[in-house]
Design a protein around this ligand. Structure first.
Ligand code: HEC
Length: 129
């Protein structure tokens, strides 16, 4: 797949694509607790933390739109809806895809880890609870 520089600095003319292996939400939950939860709460109607936005409902939501969280302008202006493809690519290496993001996560080298976390995020939204 062609490497994108960043969606904001060099927006692709077309939506990027990715070959996403099947993920496992239970594995994703464990990975989330180990690698994301220190910065991201994930609770329905939950508060953001001082280290990051609440990610409950992030799947399908416009980037930079958790109520009450002050994002960097890069994430705030990204203009993408977090779907499978965007989340999967983001989780490979947040800073590679979203120039200037404040997300301090370094990325999952394993493709399965990325898709498992996407499955978990997909579960943690309103129409599933
Ligand atoms: C060191 C703290 C930290 C860690 C660890 C971290 N993040 Fe983040 N994340 C942030 C911050 C801060 C932002 C806000 C980015 C901005 O404003 O540019 C963010 C933004 C995001 C966004 C965009 C949210 C939105 O509302 O648009 C997603 C998705 C995300 N992170 C997923 C994750 C996942 C999944 C993990 C674990 C694999 C993770 N992050 C680990 C701090 C962190």
């Amino acid at each position: 797949m062609e490497k994108l520089k960043s969606w904001i600095v060099d927006p692709p003319p077309l939506k990027p694509s990715a070959n996403i292996p099947s993920g496992n939400a239970t594995v994703g939950e464990k990975l989330f607790k180990a690698r994301c939860a220190q910065c991201h709460p994930i609770q329905k109607n939950g508060k953001n933390s001082m280290h990051g936005p609440n990610l409950y409902g992030v799947y399908g939501r416009l980037a930079g739109s958790s109520p009450g969280y002050t994002y960097s302008p890069y994430t705030y202006n990204l203009g993408v809806n977090w779907d499978d493809t965007y989340l999967y690519l983001f989780l490979e290496n947040p800073k590679k895809y979203v120039y200037g993001t404040k997300c301090g996560f370094s990325g999952f080298p394993k493709e399965k880890d990325r898709s498992s976390v996407v499955e978990y995020l997909k579960k943690m939204k309103d129409d599933n609870n």
